[in-house]
Design a protein around this ligand. Structure first.
Ligand code: DAK
Length: 259
């Protein structure tokens, strides 16, 4: 799969698709074309039963330095109004399968927002997270003000977005941004191991679980519990649920099909 200029895409192990941001000369800045390539890959992956889990990484040195500032300089209010990027972010947001971000080095601005679109962040110890948009006289534009506050709470979100200061991988772990920290050379390997574990689960249960968790951001506890109950009942009608329970009883590994 080499039809892309700003990313590389590989099926590295059963069930896992690896997307690597590939603009090292611009610290993987997310120009519109790069975002459109991610959206296109995810759109294909959504339909591909061979893909259960997606990893997004920027490599060992940098995840992404944010939106492409040189491209942004060409925009005015009207062109931003017509901008295609919100559509690409929407595609990423609506992808129904699990996404793991394997983050080393700078993870800034739109790059941090991309990582926060992922469901799990594995961070290298050299990772630095930040929303430096305020230094440019703007604010985060791909959900940063909303996702960060929901993840870390008001005080840290305010500190990061109002000051533009970065936080370390350790602070990101403590704040709940990252699920784990590893040595930078192991970040991708750890993400792949986790993806391999996830890819063995029922694809339909994974999607339902992801949606149920994301619903927690949208609803009251009572409504969320009600949604969970309905999702739980829905899964009770799936072949995968019968297979999972049968496999346990028969002391064998389940063979999930996503049905
Ligand atoms: N855009 C374009 N080029 C970038 C870049 C960026 N964000 N970051 C780095 N580069 C380029 C540099 O210009 C330089 O290119 P040359 O000068 O060699 O041609 C090359 O990458 C290497 O950069 P440095 O020499 O600066 O490398 P260092 O390792 O010393 O520093 C750094 C790395 C990441 C700390 C530094 O480059 C930096 O501070 N970069 C800018 C970070 C930043 O301000 N990011 C926030 C951008 S604003 C929206 C959605 C999202 C957004 C907005 C709207 N909508 C849907 C409406 C998001 C906005 C943002 O993310």
């Amino acid at each position: 799969m080499s039809d892309y200029s700003d990313i590389t895409v590989e099926k590295r192990q059963p069930g896992t698709l690896l997307i690597t941001l590939n603009r090292p000369e611009a610290r993987n800045a997310l120009r519109t074309h790069l975002l459109s390539e991610i959206a296109a890959v995810l759109s294909d992956a959504e339909q591909d039963d061979m893909v259960t889990c997606v990893i997004i990484t920027g490599g060992e040195k940098v995840f992404a330095a944010g939106a492409d500032v040189k491209e942004m300089a060409e925009h005015n209010a009207v062109s931003l109004w017509r901008d295609e990027r919100p559509r690409h972010w929407k595609s990423i947001r609506e992808f129904s399968k699990p996404i793991i971000a394997a983050v080393n080095g700078f993870c800034l601005g739109g790059g941090f927002e991309l990582a926060m679109h992922a469901d799990i962040i594995i961070a290298g110890s050299n990772a630095q997270f930040g929303q430096p948009e305020i230094n440019l006289g703007i604010i985060p534009g791909a959900g940063g003000t909303q996702r960060l506050v929901r993840t870390v709470g008001k005080s840290l979100a305010m500190k990061m977005i109002l000051s533009g200061e970065f936080i370390s991988a350790d602070e990101a772990l403590t704040a709940g941004i990252a699920a784990e920290i590893t040595q930078p050379e192991n970040t991708l390997r750890r993400a792949e191991k986790l993806a391999a574990t996830i890819a063995k689960k029922s694809p339909i249960a994974l999607k339902v679980a992801k949606q149920a968790i994301l619903n927690a951001y949208e609803t009251s506890l009572e409504q969320g519990l009600d949604n969970e109950r309905k999702a739980f009942l829905f899964l009770a009608a799936t072949e995968d649920r019968n297979e999972g329970i049968a496999a346990f009883m028969e002391k064998r590994s389940p063979k999930f099909t996503g049905n």
